[in-house]
Design a protein around this ligand. Sequence first.
Ligand SMILES: Cc1ncc(C[n+]2csc(CCOP(=O)(O)OP(=O)(O)O)c2C)c(N)n1
Ligand SMILES: [Mg+2]
Length: 881
Amino acid sequence: MKSGKDFDPIETREWIESLDDVIDDQGTDRASFLLNELAKHLMDKGAVPSYNLTTPFKNTISPENEAMMPGDLFMERRIRSLIRWNALATVLRANKNDDELGGHIATFSSAAMLYDIGFNYFFRGQETENDDLVYFQGHSSPGIYARSYLEGRLNEEDLDNFRREVDKPGLSSYPHPWLMPDYWQFPVVSMGLGPISAIYQAHVMKYLHARGLKDIGDRKIWGFWGDGEMDEPESLGAIGLAAREKLDNLIFVINCNLQRLDGPVRGNGKVIQELERQFRGSGWNVIKVVWGRLWDPIIAKDKGGHLQKIMDEVVDGEMQNYKAKGGAYTRENFFGKHPEALKLVKGLSDDEIYKLNRGGHDPYKIYAAYHEAVNHKGAPTVILALTTKGYGVGSREADNTTHQVKKLSLDNIKSFRDRFDIPVSDDEIEDLPYVRPKEDSPEIKYLKETRQKLGGPVPKRRGHSETLKLKNKDAFKVLHEGSGQRKVSTTTNCVRIMNNLIKDENLGERVVPIVPDEARTFGMEGMFKQIGIYSSEGQLYEPEDADQVMWYKESETGVMLEEGITEAGSFAAWTALATSYSNHNLTMIPFYVFYSMFGFQRIHDLAWAAGDAQAKGFLIGATSGRTTLNGEGLQHQDGHSHILSSTIPNCKSYDPAYGFELAVIIEHGLKEMYKDKKNYFYYLTVTNERYLQPPKPKGKDVENNIIKGMHRISNTKKPQIRLLGSGAILNESLQAAETLSDFGIESEVWSVTSFNMLRKDGMEVENENIKNPSNKAKESFVTESFKKHDIPTVASTDYMRAYSEQIRPFIESPYYTLGTDGFGRSDSRAKLREFFEVDAKSIVMTAAYALHKEGKLNKKELQKIYKEIKVNKNKISPWNT
Ligand SMILES: Cc1ncc(C[n+]2csc(CCOP(=O)(O)OP(=O)(O)O)c2C)c(N)n1
Ligand SMILES: [Mg+2]
């Protein structure tokens, strides 16, 4: 019987009555157990029961099972109303003073209660052992500032400086740790980044606990998100991991106000029901908070289930109308769908119908949900709370444009004031005064005591206090010595450094290699056995390669994070570790190693947020270089990650050619980030081309210069041409220098470790000179280094020409750049370099041309060189193909 038609209602009744008996005698858990057993039995017979992951559109926790909120309801309402008012005033005042400054009212209005219950009863501050981490919905920030104002953390001037940070230490529009380093912990306003970051934050927290580095106790991570935000792939993309890893330290609260920016989230459907299916299907504990307590008696009378049927069927677009259009409309169009439902609200006025509250605005319902969430074991919890967008803002409540409201009519402001009983008179109201009761008022006392009990203010960001220093001074030395006669890649060098660091007595246990399923590509498989891969389950099977030296070892105390094929997830794990110095007061040193093409290009927004969060750690773009990673074709071959990394202000990026350069850079990075506590993170590209690694040249400035961005590696007394090379392409420059020498042209060769760093230095110096015209002009590192010989310069890299172009303003002599603009090909390394014109031959050609333009070679001499190196004039340009 597939149709689901009930052809024997009497029998059906009997089954239901039997179930009712079980529920009455032994409770719902037993009834649920029996149904599961029956379902299993049915499956044994070969049938698939049509289980529904969605429950009816009502509260998951029934009134009789609600934990009781212990606090003073009326006092809390008064405080909350003031928070609402001050949040509104902050945005309206900012907008009154300067029209360019926006702000959001509607989001916080819908979420105020969700936060308030958290602040009053749940969010633990840093004065406790187990402080919670709270991710706030980005554009609800005015409400968070407004609470801090009542708590005395911010004053009126601070609120007036909302979105005014240039001249004063203002309040940032959204949560930005970079701008408010003592306050915000998590940059979240780019939709979707918060949810995935919070999941990996919870994952990493468990990891730190499992390794015995930090006792996490019952610390929780709270994530507050919008229902529209859930459309972002990042929002839902990692919910499977959260359930699989049993992240019961994680609680999502989704503010289901049914609207996003332009209109309804699911006008034709039900977003709460859809999310319930997705989260429950993934293994989460789902708690729906749909209806407020004013509905309880009405729902209790709905014996025939007519009201429930309406609730189950009504679409969100209609639900929005009930708040936008009021009680009479709701009576007619909602309850009016069935005469029995209509009867249920016969005794209520239109106004009372309008005021039937939604679950997300009911303190008792929210308290009960949070209470259950924090006590739930074995799975993460999501709370789906029904709210109204623009709650309380008069005629703009639930209207389609409410998201952008930043001005309100006087009538709307008055109606807000009246609704929340704000003590502001008609005479003062146009000034939108902030309202804060006296310090010794019952409200302020209550508010402060509440937070004191919970361990102090939230949000609050810790600075970097722990210092980490390398114990083994020789950890890098071996790479300073070069590779002798052995050809080695910089990727191998990098893995060697990681291995050495892991063994360091002081900071070894803090080093965490992270890979998204590419460890073997980078030659890191030796680490599997050596340090183990973290798995919360340990290893429940004998690995296929158990009999081999480098077997695939998973362990509860494993060090390595092997996150699977998710660059976004791996990066989020990296960020969690890279900010652990602040969130856990425990400094970690994460190395995230990935295909450089699937780095910034793939997850740039997360990397930008990591910069905002003041992440510290190493990003290793392995198998980098458009021509050096050969044979993989245009989707894999990266020729622009350094351009992308340069867009992040606190990311220092380097493209070293040699192992000793890499060693110097990593050692410097460790010192800068973990000893000097500077807020940088490092992006280093390493390649898989094997070549001889020379020893570190002697000279006192070599290390400094490597860090500044370049050092000279070959020299002659009277060079005619200067060749700059970076990464594996440096070898092409060296080879070109030899060929040029055969033609009687002497060159000096520089290894450029970072055009990005050179550019920053140049900008800095130039700016200073422009501003101080009467001072003696300073010279950039590039200008200063090159001034001795006024000769043409040819730069070659495995990246787009824009990368080396960056230093043009600081070079006084003619400057030519060669790079890898254009899509890649799957051909051999040599062919690719020929195609992109970054091979030794192209360098020679360009150098000869440069000298010809200078009058140092005549036409005949130039033609001779061209002929000998077989210049192909008809070759197509790579950049358009
Ligand atoms: C990645 C990204 N895209 C677009 C935006 C612009 N934006 C800010 S808020 C918003 C709507 C949010 O809707 P919802 O998640 O439902 O939150 P609500 O304000 O309704 O609580 C949009 C599109 C953004 N911040 N981030
Ligand atoms: Mg929304």
